[in-house]
Design a protein around this ligand. Structure first.
Ligand code: DAH
Length: 340
């Protein structure tokens, strides 16, 4: 048998033995690839001695055509098989409802923080941010609480391994940073941010929580300005009909110090379970900046006065949305978070 006839028979029987697309592809490369046997046979035509060349060439081309055809038939058969296989599989139910992509949203704490910022922005307050890791001096000392001052007991503190470095227990140390940066110019800022306390976690207290501090300093800033500002805030946040009252209190960094209440949003002062029958809800601590604190910030208390306040925006959110457990904020329960 001539080489060409041998080649054709071998190729045909190998083609019939292929199984699946991959072996079919391998077959094609073996015979029709760059170094394939049919390709080389065709290239060989020129080297055949004259008298035999025409017959050889003709035979080569016939083999090329017939193998090519056989390949196509085999390939089609493979495709048909694949189609049959996929048709036999359970069908895709195109009527099933699609899966909604999950949409993110702003955390309730972020929303309320933005509301608060917005209200104070309208009242002319700038936002100033200060560090969460503080030193003892800023968190206590410069706020009129020297070492061993009993008032330090009001804030249970996380200390780091570095002596004197702690997680701030309130945003008040920011007051000192602002004053030292404004260097004697009038100030009207709020300081929002995270605070930390070494406390038992309960429905009303967390070890990590937000605060918004407010500070206004000028030549004739008064208690009336403080009350006006807080009333405006309460009305914008909770409704125009809100009333605000102040009670005397104590903070080392203010003199006089006050606690601010707002009439209950549920019973409007009549007494209910939210306000524990008192008719009032506590919303923040505040006061006139203590002369020592002004001095520590570089302001002359003979020339300047100021007011300050500090509130917990999560507490504000709890009042506004009737949330009874502060642990919900960082609990990561989507059933809670998706309600807002
Ligand atoms: N820093 C106080 C606290 O965390 C809150 C506070 C009270 C801030 C009175 C003030 C203030 O600026 O004047 O309990």
């Amino acid at each position: 048998m001539s080489d060409l006839a041998n080649l054709e028979q071998r190729a045909l029987s190998e083609l019939n033995a292929t199984d699946g697309e991959e072996s079919l592809r391998a077959w094609k490369t073996r015979y029709f690839g760059e170094q394939g046997e049919v390709t080389l046979a065709l290239k060989n035509i020129g080297k055949i001695p004259g008298p035999e060349r025409a017959a050889y060439g003709k035979e080569c081309n016939r083999i090329k055509a017939s193998l090519g055809e056989a390949f196509e038939v085999r390939q089609q058969a493979e495709k048909d098989k694949a189609l049959e296989r996929s048709l036999a599989e359970p069908p895709i139910d195109v009527t099933l409802p699609g899966r909604r992509p999950a949409h993110g949203r702003l955390h309730l704490a972020t929303q309320v923080m933005r509301d608060i910022r917005g209200i104070f922005a309208d009242l002319g307050f700038q936002v100033y941010r200060s560090r969460e890791v503080e030193d003892d001096e800023h968190n206590f000392g410069l706020l009129n609480m020297p070492p061993h001052h009993p008032a330090r007991d009001m804030w249970d503190t996380f200390h780091t391994m570095t002596p004197g470095v702690l997680l701030r227990t309130h945003t008040s140390p920011g007051q000192i940073h602002v004053m030292r940066q404004f260097k004697g110019k009038p100030i009207r800022v709020i300081l929002p941010g995270m605070c930390y306390r070494y406390e038992a976690i309960t429905t009303r207290s967390e070890i990590q929580f937000q605060q918004v501090e407010g500070l206004a300093i000028g030549s004739r800033v008064s208690m009336a300005d403080l009350k006006g500002t807080i009333s405006a805030f309460a009305r914008r946040m909770f409704g125009e009909e809100r009333q605000v009252r102040i009670r005397s209190s104590y903070f080392p960094f203010t003199e006089p110090s006050i606690e601010v209440d707002m009439d209950c949003i549920v019973c409007a002062g009549k007494g209910c379970s939210l306000c524990k029958k008192s008719g009032w809800l506590e919303i923040m601590g505040a006061g006139m900046v203590h002369p020592t604190v002004l001095k520590n910030g570089g302001y002359d208390p003979e020339q300047f006065t100021g007011f300050a306040f500090g509130m917990g925006p999560q507490r504000i959110a709890m009042l506004k949305y009737a949330i009874d457990d502060i642990r919900q904020f960082w609990g990561n329960d989507l059933r809670f978070l998706q309600q807002f």
